[in-house]
Structures are given as C-alpha cells and as structure tokens.
Design a binder for this molecule. Structure first.
Ligand code: JFZ
Length: 325
C-alpha cells in the first residue's frame, strides 16, 4: 500500500502559525508578564487566570484592516516551505473560524464577519500550499467539561461530562473544519501524554479518526492524537517541541519548532534562535528524512515580527539558490 504521508516526508519544511486571542495580549496581562517561567503566550488565559468574558474582549483588539492571511502564505512560499499548519482552536477553546458550534469564535467575539480559516484555505489553494489544522482536542479552557490539567478553572470532570464535551464540541467542530474548507492535508492534534494517562478514551479517539477518514480519507493525523505511531490511525509522528530527529525511522515524522521560545506572539520574547541554529535544525531533520515545522506567532493585526521574517527569508534565499525544488 502506498504511504499517504509520503508527501510530508518529501515536503521537509513547513510553517506553523500560532494565532488567536492570546496574540492580542502580546504575553502581558494587566501589566504583568506570564505567570510561568515558560513564556508561552498562548497559555496566558490559564497561567494568569483570565476569566472567560474578559478573555473574549481581546477579540476587540484585532485589526481587520491589516489582517491578511494571504501574506502568511506568501511568507511561507518565500521561505521555501511546502505546507502550513494553523491553530484552528488552541487550548483556550476559541475557534478561529465561523463555527456554528457555539458562540466562542473569533468572528463572533470580534463582531467581524471575516473567517480567517476560509481566507487562509483560499490563499493556500491559490498558491499551491498544503494546509493543516492544529486542533486542541484534549484541553479546552472554555468548555466546562473539558480538560484543563489540575482542574482549577472548571472543577472536576467526570468521564460522562468529558464525553459530553467531546460529542458536542470536538466532533462537530472537526466535522466543520473538514467539510467547509476544501482539502485538508493534515490534522495536528496536541496531547503529549499517551491517552491512557489522560481522561480521553480509546473509543473517543477512534471516533475522531473515523470521522476524519470518512470525510477526507487523505487527511493525515499526527501522533499527538494520543496514540503511538504503530496505531493504524496515526500517519506521522510529531516529536517533542524543538526536539530534533536522531536517526532514520520507518515512518514519517516532523519536529515542531519555534524561532524564538513562545509560540504565540510575546512582546517580551528574548530568546530568538540564530538563523544558523534554525537552519541546522532543518538540515538535521531533512538529512534523516524528517520534516521541520517552524512556527511564527503573528500579532493581532496579522503582522509577523521582523526577527522571524528576517530569518525565514534568509533561509528561503539559500534554499532557492542551493536547495532542490
Ligand atoms: C503544546 C502546547 O501546549 C503549546 O501551546 C504549543 O501549541 C505546542 C506546539 O504544543 O506544548 C507542548 C507539547 C508537547 C511538548 C512540549 C510542549 N513536548 O512533548 O515536549
């Protein structure tokens, strides 16, 4: 049987985009930096204990005059990247698209009728770029019955309650994502422990995978679904964040990497990797038949910090001159 993930191995280099309400905080909430040594801006709602209503207000800071997802696609092109993965719903539970499943979406919270997921899907089609969706299935800080680690935000959750979250939010939202936006190359789930150690049940993961296969049989699923690469529902392995490949494997794999430290835009970012370091990470993975998915964290107006643009363009120029197409 032909490996449907072969294109990802051949692609070698892609763009990750972390963009959501958290981007508008820029990593600062009420004059205070993130209450955690890891400066992940996309975790600010949880770390700084922001309430749902107040968090939703961040949608008002989005600058729709400037936001243009096609520019992200053009940047990926220039960088020599072959696919894009965008945070359709991160742990905060906010859908970036115009979901009909609940009111917790960027269009509804911002009062804008723009559907950024539709716009990036259209731009990817136009520029021949593969598109994948990050979807936080395990954790959701908005739904009262979803998982949020130590349960400080929503209280304890029973298996039955968790299943309610699963059936009324995860399943119908993933169905929307795979129905309304054309061909989706991959779904990137994000649970970094085996499902047995989580509240998720095997049947729920199978249901999710079956749904994806039913709507888009060619759509790939990553191992952070919560299952090992040996499972038939997993098409490629996602290594730990910024963890590079060490050897050839018999399966397709990728490393999600950051240019700086935070995934979401953080104005206090101070750990930009050098262009050399990023380039060597890419070369390391490519030399082992792996892929490198490098993240950008645009601001709430869609602009990408120049530190990232500069590194992406430098490497892109090198690839255009010396790399194979
Ligand atoms: C997760 C998210 O919590 C984070 O916000 C970001 O989206 C990132 C891509 O994924 O964070 C992780 C997940 C797994 C590891 C580390 C951070 N890991 O396995 O090393």
């Amino acid at each position: 049987q032909e490996n449907k993930a072969q294109w990802l191995e051949d692609a070698r280099y892609g763009m990750f985009i972390h963009w959501g309400l958290y981007s508008a905080t820029e990593g600062i909430w009420k004059g205070e930096r993130l209450r955690h040594p890891n400066n992940y801006a996309e975790w600010i709602r949880y770390r700084n204990r922001i309430g749902e209503a107040e968090y939703g207000e961040l949608a008002k800071r989005f600058d729709w005059e400037k936001i243009n997802p096609e520019e992200w696609v053009l940047l990926a092109k220039k960088a020599g990247m072959k696919y894009i993965i965008i945070t359709s719903k991160h742990h905060d539970g906010v859908a970036l698209w115009d979901t009909k499943v609940g009111d917790y979406s960027l269009p509804k919270l911002s009062g804008s009728n723009r559907d950024v997921i539709k716009e990036i899907a259209d731009a990817c089609r136009k520029h021949n770029m593969k598109l994948g969706f990050y979807y936080s299935h395990w954790i959701d800080w908005q739904h009262p019955y979803a998982w949020n680690h130590n349960q400080e935000v929503t209280g304890r959750v029973t298996d039955a309650q968790y299943n309610q979250y699963w059936q009324e939010k995860v399943i119908p939202q993933v169905r929307e994502l795979l129905t309304n936006y054309g061909d989706i190359a991959l779904m990137w789930f994000d649970m970094w422990i085996p499902y047995q150690q989580s509240i998720i049940k095997k049947e729920q993961l199978d249901q999710l995978a079956n749904l994806i296969h039913e709507i888009q049989p060619n759509c790939l699923i990553n191992s952070r679904l919560g299952l090992p690469i040996s499972n038939k529902n997993v098409d490629f392995e996602t290594l730990g964040d910024n963890v590079l490949g060490e050897a050839y494997t018999d399966h397709v794999w990728e490393t999600p990497g950051t240019i700086a430290h935070s995934w979401g835009y953080n104005a206090l970012e101070s750990e930009w990797k050098s262009t050399n370091q990023i380039f060597q990470s890419l070369i390391n993975n490519v030399s082992l038949n792996g892929s490198y998915t490098l993240n950008i964290g645009p601001r709430a107006d869609g602009t990408v910090p120049y530190e990232g643009v500069e590194r992406l363009e430098t490497i892109g120029k090198w690839l255009a001159t010396y790399g194979e197409a």
